[in-house]
Design a protein around this ligand. Structure first.
Ligand SMILES: Cc1ncc(COP(=O)(O)O)c(C=O)c1O
Length: 506
């Protein structure tokens, strides 16, 4: 029986006792005090604090216990199955963290002279080369700090491409399929484009007729996710790209789902012009809760000059790595320094460790696991696969609880709450939007068959209970967790996100 750690829920501010301390620092000498006072006079009054900051006062042991217990109340990939579709919550080998923690890596500063950080530059140079090789692109920037940031970089390149040709007043539209991740249309819109949404065919692929109807001389480009967020490999890819290229549009590949294709197929060979990768998903950086991430972007040869500056170059004769600023059409710098270096190092270690064959095996296993789960779960009463029902899926699939809701009143959300109670992180729910009561399941390559079976058995149990007299058991879940069923609407409409807000409320 699963039982999540459930400790005393006092907030750290409530545990605080006046004058309790966890450290001791030496009293300031009168000389020091004078120096502090002098320094204060140099600081503008408008930014000087009147009172001391409100920081909880605790001993070291209290702090250690508080945070250790909080971490035990949490759920993560290291504690259990986390099939959050589209997020690739796979196990991240600890060796990658170890490499990223080496003092030689941790103690470098991005403003050091390149001659003093040749090793770091070599890591960046080689990683960019490997990513280019994996995707069939010509050159890669490592600057973007997330997938969505990579999209922003890519779409700004599309914009600049049309601008340098003097066509920007005409090239005003970006085409996005209705199954796309929300960041795709949001990014294109942020970059000033109008979004043209095209529907998916019932086999989950882009509806070619709708695409042809949508494309015009205003088309600046298309953003495609392949495999799509429905977990389906787009079959008409070459045709889609030739339709886009025929009007001088560019084809952007959202590579967030790279875990399904590594070492198997390459977006560059499919005809794409720009690709982003989510290193924090595919290449072993623990993620969730907003970071840290990394979303490098690769481009084909004729777009190299648009990449952000600098990239890392290598002079073979002098065996010397350097920052390359010579990108005549550059969209500029898109992040401070040169990217999230520690994430880059983890990806470097991961790729080096697995090698070509290892990376291909990752994708094979991720796809096999998803197909196994799809096959076993789509026949459970109340559940079905709506798009691509009879096709193999790639690394993920979208199960619908539409019939379960219609027959029993148990929704996808209820199913998820019950899964939590049994020790499983729920899948992504209610996305993609085109699938009613969607449960988007991505098992990843790192899970054993017994774990997948355990998850499926819970879905079977949910179905049995939902169609019985006992369905209130599902509606009450979760009861075995530190946080029980919350009022989602109230949480969204009336969030209390800090102790200060709580105090104000009370
Ligand atoms: C298909 C797809 N594209 C883009 C993104 C955006 O990536 P990030 O969350 O790193 O910004 C995601 C994230 O889940 C995704 O699944």
């Amino acid at each position: 029986m699963y039982k999540q750690a459930n400790w005393n829920k006092e907030l750290i501010f409530e545990k605080s006792r006046s004058k309790r301390i966890g450290y001791q620092i030496e009293e300031l000498t009168s000389e020091d005090r004078k120096r502090v006072e002098k320094a204060r006079t140099n600081i503008s009054k408008t930014i000087l604090r009147e009172s001391l900051p409100k920081i909880p006062e605790l001993t070291e042991l209290e702090v250690i216990r508080h945070f250790t217990r909080l971490s035990q109340m949490n759920y993560g990939v290291d504690s259990g199955f986390y099939p959050l579709g589209s997020c690739t919550m796979k196990y991240n080998p600890k060796i990658c963290d170890e490499v990223a923690s080496l003092p030689q890596i941790q103690h470098v500063h991005p403003y050091q002279h390149p001659s003093t950080v040749q090793g770091s530059l070599q890591i960046m140079y080689e990683l960019a080369e490997w990513l280019a090789e994996l995707s069939g692109m010509s050159k890669v920037t490592l600057q973007p700090a997330a997938g969505a940031h990579g999209e922003y970089t890519g779409i700004m390149i599309i914009r600049e491409y049309h601008a340098t040709k003097g066509n920007l007043d005409k090239k005003t539209e970006i085409i996005v399929p209705d199954s796309a991740h929300g960041t795709n249309p949001a990014t294109a819109s942020m970059c000033g484009f109008k979004i043209v949404v095209i529907p998916s065919h019932e086999d989950g692929c882009v509806d070619l007729n709708a695409l042809r109807a949508a494309v015009s001389e205003n088309t600046a480009g298309v953003m495609l996710t392949n495999p799509s967020t429905l977990g389906i490999f787009e079959q008409n890819i070459e045709e889609i790209i030739s339709i886009i290229h025929a009007v001088d549009g560019l084809a952007y590949y959202d590579g967030a789902n790279f875990n399904a294709i590594m070492g198997k197929v390459r977006p560059g060979d499919m005809g794409f012009d720009i690709v982003h990768y989510n290193l924090h998903k595919t290449f072993a950086t623990p993620h969730g809760g907003g970071g840290p991430g990394s979303g490098p972007v690769g481009v084909v040869k004729h777009l190299e000059s648009y990449l952000p500056v600098p990239t890392v170059g290598y002079n073979q004769e002098k065996n010397h790595y350097y920052f390359e600023y010579n990108h005549p059409n550059t969209i500029g710098k898109i992040r401070s320094y040169f990217g999230n270096f520690s994430v880059l190092v983890r990806a470097y270690a991961y790729i080096l460790r697995l090698g070509n064959r290892g990376l291909a095996a990752v994708s094979e296993m991720a796809v096999l696991n998803a197909n196994y789960m799809k096959k076993r779960s789509q026949d459970i009463k109340g559940f079905s696969v709506i798009y691509g029902k009879d096709k193999p899926c790639m690394h993920e699939y979208v199960l619908s609880a539409r019939d379960l809701l219609r027959d029993t009143g148990i929704s996808g959300l209820d199913v998820s709450k019950y899964l939590i109670d049994q020790g499983f992180h729920p899948p992504t729910i209610y996305f993609p939007l085109i699938v009613p009561e969607a449960l988007m399941i991505e098992p990843t390559e790192t899970e054993a068959k017994e774990v997948l079976d355990g998850f499926i058995e819970i879905l079977e149990e949910v179905s049995d209970i939902a169609y019985s007299e006992e369905k209130s058991r599902i509606l009450q879940a979760p009861i075995n967790t530190s946080v029980k069923r919350i009022d989602d609407v109230k949480a969204a409409r009336n969030p209390i996100l800090s102790f200060k807000m709580l105090e104000e409320k009370e």
